[in-house]
Design a protein around this ligand. Structure first.
Ligand SMILES: NC(=O)c1ccc[n+]([C@@H]2O[C@H](COP(=O)([O-])OP(=O)(O)OC[C@H]3O[C@@H](n4cnc5c(N)ncnc54)[C@H](OP(=O)(O)O)[C@@H]3O)[C@@H](O)[C@H]2O)c1
Length: 290
């Protein structure tokens, strides 16, 4: 591949992406660079991954084809102010910053070609899910580059509008914690009825992974999860008793409330980021050129 990538922020996610790009052979080391405010961290990442890592954000932002914003939301304001108006028009910016809207990113950077995405925790082991949205200013070949980059973290799906990225922040973004809580409760339940911790660990995790895979295969064939549940639920049997308890405990309603709460919070955080930068961001769609 004959394009280059740069990372603003050389933390956990930049590390995952760079390692993935190299391992998957998407790009060679000489086509990857990054910057981070900490000289020690920059040197350590350079040493470990063998790519150029410095401390000069502008140098990176002005010399790559695809620029990844990989900083925490609280550092975003400083990055936007520093890079505002300096990114070459043809460069594509890919933001992995949770909650940062395209309005904030494009208006803050004064740059049109911005893609917003939401990876999740399993991206760290390259079994993640990333939902992304690219506005019309991003060309088809640029979208393919973005796809190739995000693909090194696991699955990726492009969505047609930004609110779907906000929804994904609640579903696949908060999902690992929600599923994690379920697993924790399930493990506690298994030991409560007397299963040893070691056996519980094995049975719960194997059940989770096996069921997930089975649900996926069934879905590919157009079979809904409800049908699988039906198959395992004989009238008057053990599973039937168990499902009645989940119903009485309002399990579905609780999961719905949890996901909805995460969605509302995502929108609140996005709005608060816009408020914080209100004096600085411009309406990029109204701005001429680039
Ligand atoms: N980690 C995940 O599983 C995950 C999942 C989904 C989305 N995300 C999103 O990914 C983004 C990055 O997360 P992360 O876990 O990689 O964070 P991280 O490990 O804290 O990495 C961010 C890096 O950026 C550096 N930085 C701070 N200010 C900077 C600046 N002005 N210019 C350049 N670099 C700067 C930080 O340095 P200091 O430490 O010195 O501040 C740090 O090394 C976040 O916005 C997060 O919402 C993360």
């Amino acid at each position: 591949m004959n394009w280059t990538i740069g990372f603003i922020g050389a933390g956990v996610m930049a590390d995952v992406l760079i390692a993935g790009l190299l391992e998957e052979g998407v790009l060679t080391r000489d086509r990857i660079q990054a910057s981070d405010p900490s000289p020690a961290r920059a040197a350590a990442v350079q040493e470990r991954l063998g790519v150029a890592v410095g401390t000069d954000n502008k140098a990176v932002a002005t010399s790559v084809d695809l620029l990844v914003l990989a900083v925490k939301p609280q550092s975003l304001g400083a990055v936007l102010r520093q890079l505002s108006g300096v990114i070459p028009a043809e460069t594509v910016v890919l933001s992995i910053v949770a909650g940062a809207s395209l309005r904030v990113l494009r208006g803050g950077l004064r740059h049109k070609r911005v893609v917003r995405c939401m990876p999740n925790l399993p991206c760290r082991i390259r079994r993640g899910m990333t939902v992304w949205h690219a506005p019309a200013d991003v060309s088809a070949p640029d979208r393919e580059r973005v796809r190739a980059v995000l693909g090194v973290m696991g699955e990726e799906i492009a969505v047609g509008d930004e609110t779907q990225v906000d929804r994904a922040t609640a579903v696949s973004g908060s999902g690992p914690a929600i599923v994690g809580e379920f697993v924790k409760a399930f493990l506690e339940a298994a030991t409560y009825i007397g299963e040893s911790r070691a056996v519980a660990q094995e049975t719960v995790l194997a059940t989770l992974l096996g069921t997930a895979e089975m649900i996926r295969r069934a879905a590919d064939e157009g079979v809904h999860v409800a049908q699988l549940i039906d198959e395992v639920t004989s009238p008057g049997g053990t599973t039937s008793r168990s499902l009645q308890v989940l119903k009485r405990g309002a399990f579905h309603a609780t999961v719905t409330d949890a996901v909805e709460a995460a969605y509302i919070r995502t929108q609140e955080l996005g709005a608060s980021l816009e408020d914080q930068l209100a004096d600085f961001i411009v309406d990029e769609d109204a701005a001429p050129g680039q």
